[in-house]
Each structure stands twice: as C-alpha cells, then as structure tokens.
Write a protein of this length. Structure first.
Length: 314
C-alpha cells in the first residue's frame, strides 16, 4: 500500500490530527516542565493514567475518561503532598507506587479484554476514534487558553518563585494550575505514544530548544515545532514500515532532534558571543582610528595638528 492510499483513510487522518494536537499541548508546557524540574512529575502522572484507565474500564467501560480523571486526582495529590520542592520527588514516588498497585488490583476485577487499558501504557494512535479526537481538541483548547492567559506569571513563578511570591504572584495556586494542565496534556499524549514514552513529547523538545536559545518565546515556539515534527514525522515514517509501532519512530525522531541540538548548541553560543564581541569592539576601533560621531550620527574623521593640541575636524 502506498503512503498516499493510507493518508486517504480516516484512521490515518485521525491519527495525524491527534498527533498534531498532542504535540502542540506538549510543546507549550515542556519549557515550564524543564524549568520547574518536574520531569518526574510528568512520568508519575503518565504512569498513573494507567490506574485511571483501569478504573474507567471497570466502572464505565471508558478508559480515556478514567485516565483523565485519574491524572487530575494525581495532580491534586502532588500539589498537596509535594508542595515543597525538596519533598516533591519523594511524594511522587510514594503516590506512584501506591497508584500502580491499585491499577493492577482494579484490572484484576475487569472481566473483559484489557487491551484498552494496556494501550494507555504503549499508545494506540491508529485507534483514535472521533470521540477521542474531540476530547483531544477540548484538551488542546483548554491548555492553549490557560497558557495564553497565565504564561508570564507561570514563567516568573517557575524561574524565581520567591521573588514572584514577594511580588504578589499566587505561586501555590499557579503550581496547582500547572499540574492540572500537565495532567490534561499527559492524558492526551498517552493516547499517541503511551504513558511509558510520554516524556519524548513533554520534555525532550524543550530540552533540545534550551540548547539553542534562552529567549522564552523562542523556546516555546521551537518546542512546539519540534514536538509536531516528531509526532507527525514519526507517524508518516510508520506508514512506510507497518510492522513497527509509530511510537518507536516518534521517540526516535524526538531524540535525534535533541542530539542535534546538543551538537549545534555550543557552536551557536560561540557564534553569538563572537558577534557580540565584534559589535563591542568596532566602535572602540573607530574611535582609536580617529573617527568621531558627527552631529547627525554619521562618522567624521578628526586630525591632530602638528605639535599636539586638540584634534580638528576636516
């Protein structure tokens, strides 16, 4: 089958749309995840989406809704038990161990096929239905709205929480808000690459971009671009190798981008430093060479008369 034939199929179109939606949300939150040092929170929230999926299967035969509810509960627990940064990782570890045990217990009570729950672990992008795509659209709109409204205070609270709190920024409430956004994003990403590989979209793009730029806007924009390239590029690559899961290509492309950024980052920094030094040295060289700025900003040469004295303009 040709790739064009596959692209004409509804399942492939749904997959590409879902991957793009998830990549946008992951790319938006990824820089703040890296700045806040919350990589383990992403991992814990993603893993415990499995527990929610198992509960959703058992109660309402809806693993996606269960994963969403479970991730929101985890977000509240992490915000409550890990309010202090030094306690966050230990709290997440305790919640993760307990939650995974509960997930296995709930899955043991389910009498049907458990593939819907295990798909949360490994992803099933080609199984995204129209209803699941609608859920992803809603999640995307919510995340974009929150980030557009609260990005600056979130960034301030992430970079320097003590100064932000002194300025009256509600750091604790913003932390809870970010965890909820993180939970929504992770639940959506789990449908694409699975909870075990969600880090490839929620962290790796921002880790790559931060090697290339320090501008918050540039980092956010390029993080979204890298995530979309990895997600949809991995899907397109999987069309040519149908015996390999799309998540393998998605994570591989994301990691390749990270390695390329690691290699290019030092060269870009050296180039920027040389450019800044050149701009600083040029005015000094012109002054030493006998040029002074004219009244309209143009340079005029100056000469020193024989025997010394003040320089004279020609």
């Amino acid at each position: 089958m040709s790739i064009w034939f596959l692209l004409a199929q509804p399942f492939a179109q749904h997959a590409l749309a879902a991957a793009a939606l998830v990549a946008v949300t992951c790319g938006l939150i990824a820089p703040l995840v890296v700045i806040r040092g919350m990589s383990f929170a992403v991992h814990g929230t993603a893993e415990l989406a499995f527990t929610g999926a198992a509960a959703g299967l058992l109660i309402a035969n809806n693993p996606v809704a269960g994963a969403l509810a479970g991730s929101l509960v985890v977000a509240v627990l992490i915000s409550t038990l890990g309010a202090r940064p030094r306690e966050r990782d230990s709290a997440i570890g305790a919640i993760l161990a307990f939650g995974m045990g509960i997930g296995v217990l709930l899955l043991g009570f389910y009498q049907g096929f458990a593939t819907a729950a295990t798909n949360i672990l490994f992803g099933n992008i080609f199984g995204v239905s129209g209803g699941q795509l609608l859920i992803l659209v809603i999640i995307n709109l919510l995340v974009v709205a929150v980030m557009a409204t609260w990005y600056r205070p979130l960034l301030f609270a992430s970079v320097d929480p003590e100064a932000a709190e002194a300025r009256g920024v509600p750091v604790a409430r913003l932390g809870l808000l970010f965890l909820i956004v993180l939970a929504l994003t992770v639940t959506g990403a789990a449908q694409v690459v699975g909870t075990l590989l969600v880090l490839s979209l929620a962290i790796t793009p921002a880790a790559a971009v931060q090697r290339l730029s320090a501008s918050p806007l540039v980092v956010a924009a390029l993080s979204v671009v890298f995530a979309v390239v990895a997600a949809d590029g991995g899907l397109l690559a999987s069309f040519g190798a149908t015996n390999i899961k799309a998540s393998v290509f998605i994570t591989s492309i994301s990691f390749a981008i990270y390695l390329a950024a690691r290699l290019a980052g030092p060269r870009l920094r050296d180039r920027r430093q040389r450019h800044r030094l050149t701009r600083q040295v040029q005015p000094a060289d012109r002054t030493r060479a006998g040029y002074a700025p004219g009244p309209t900003g143009t340079s005029t040469a100056t000469t020193t008369p024989p025997g010394g004295g003040a320089p004279e303009a020609p």
